[in-house]
Design a protein around this ligand. Sequence first.
Ligand code: RRO
Length: 308
Amino acid sequence: MSYSTSIAGIKLQHPIFNASGPLCVTLEELHDIGASHASAIITKSMTKEPRLGNPEPRYKDIPHGSINSMGLPNHSCKKYIEYLPQLRKHSKPLIASVSGLCLDDNKEIIRALNSADCDLIELNLSCPNLVGKPQIGYDVEQSDNVLKEILSITKKPLGVKLPPYFDFVHFEQMAAVLNKHQVRFITCINSIGNALFIDAEKEKVIIKPKGGFGGLGGHYIKPTALANVRKFYELLRKDIDIIGCGGIYSGTDVFEFILAGASAVQLGTVFMQQGHTCFERIEKEFNHIMHRKGYTSIDQMKGTLREL
Ligand code: RRO
């Protein structure tokens, strides 16, 4: 039996690692992921310059998940480029998440990463929490242009992190753009942007930035995440790998994402809430399901979801 999988030709011992965002900002946090059972290490999305992010409180657990408006706090691409070789001692694939504040910044970061010690780049087209900056992934034309420019520069296998889509026509438009370019993988979904959670007793919002609006994560978003993985699995070229993300708390959740068409999955809210032990627990649960159902490889089950 093999739990191994691959993203853009990079081998992972098993399909479960961290999502860019929670607990992957500092070198210490990245080492903690390296020391955990996560099968790869992805950084917090990096910008050209360091950022403190939005005012606090900017993350809250809520009954079935989380809401955040972090505002891209990160140490800068220069720092992550210094951190990457230090993370090699964990012998895991290293993924740089990139979220420049404009196209020129993204180009500069991608150029700098060409000689950096990472295996993959995840270009984040879907941060919902920057004041005055809409999510690029909802603008098909702009996404097309960004991909054209970025893919002409990068020397690393590059994928994109997408926002959740809700209408079939939007899936089709974005899939046509992705199929046109040499995108190697997609990660879907980012948090569902601009959700609002209210504390009825206090008659107040619960996070400070943007009047309380923030990205929704956790159990709330699993069905939307599964739908995005499934739709893109149907629409994309088969050489574009899919990483599922959104509301994964158990081995059964991982199994569902792989049935829908994912080659790997990322843990966001559960990692924030339970810490790094979640990787080992969920990996064990997933292995148990594979064994119980008699599967001997990820490929045997990937995308095999049946319709009624
Ligand atoms: O830092 C954030 O506020 C953030 C980012 Br960059 C993102 O891509 N998704 C999210 O939920 N928060």
